[in-house]
Write a protein that binds this ligand. Structure first.
Ligand SMILES: [Zn+2]
Length: 244
């Protein structure tokens, strides 16, 4: 608690660029072990639906969907900062428009960002023209908020559709599925339940892209325990970024 407070006070005094480059965490922190920089190309990753990322056994990639959300995204960012880990946020376009400063804070704190549709409709249930319009509106919301083009996309509900897959490929946008999830969208979850599920899934898969939701209060509340469990069990965090 004291260390968190000191880090928070120190953080408030530092410009963002210094913050991103500095390491205020000690050896007891989880930390980011390496950064994997992907090309801006129409590749697709995540063994739920595609091939794996080039990860070694025991390496994990932290991903968060459905934000930015005013109630739950800030505590997620705090938990990540406390452990010096970087993640990837797949943001819903309408939530970016609603919380632009929060979207920009995610980038300023060194995390990578990507798209997760305009308002979380199931693409596989929309017409082809509706899917293309949704992607265009999602891209417009992203670039209007962050000033850059989104490098990657994750389908809502992981419900991929052939027309949008080919559109994303043609545009050189990476599709990111997942290797494992913690089902944090189920009702009546607790930190113990989510942590146990995370560890059992990791034991099964050996590592990979982890799907979590910064739109969920329980995920934000459980993240410190889950990150500690990753550290205690020897998993190493890889931060996925894209070429500028
Ligand atoms: Zn989602």
């Amino acid at each position: 608690m004291i260390r968190s407070l000191v880090v928070a006070v120190a953080a408030a005094c530092l410009p963002v660029s210094v913050l991103a480059a500095s390491s205020t965490c000690g050896a007891d922190a989880l930390g980011t072990s390496r950064t994997l920089v992907l090309k801006r190309e129409g590749a697709a990753y995540g063994t739920e639906q595609h091939g794996p990322l080039p990860l070694k056994p025991g390496e994990v990639v932290l991903t968060f969907d459905d934000g930015p959300r005013a109630e739950s995204t800030p505590p997620v960012l705090t938990a990540l900062a406390d452990q010096c880990v970087k993640a990837t946020f797949f943001m819903v376009g309408e939530n970016m428009v609603k919380n632009p400063d929060l979207a920009r804070r995610i980038v300023a704190e060194g995390h990578s960002t990507a798209m997760h549709s305009l308002n979380h409709r199931n693409m596989s249930q929309l017409s082809e023209s509706e899917q293309r319009a949704d992607l265009k509106a999602n891209q417009d919301a992203y670039s209007a908020t962050l000033g850059t083009a989104a490098p990657a996309y994750r389908f809502p509900f992981l419900a991929e559709s052939a027309p949008l897959l080919s559109e994303l490929k043609a545009q050189g946008v990476t599709v990111m599925s997942v290797d494992l999830g913690i089902q944090d969208w189920l009702p009546d979850q607790t930190a113990d339940i989510l942590t146990a599920r995370l560890l059992s899934q990791l034991k099964l898969k050996g590592g990979g892209i982890i799907l979590m939701h910064d739109g969920q209060d329980i995920t934000a509340a459980s993240l410190p325990q889950m990150l500690k469990a990753l550290k205690d069990n020897g998993y190493r965090v890889v931060h996925v970024e894209w070429e500028k």
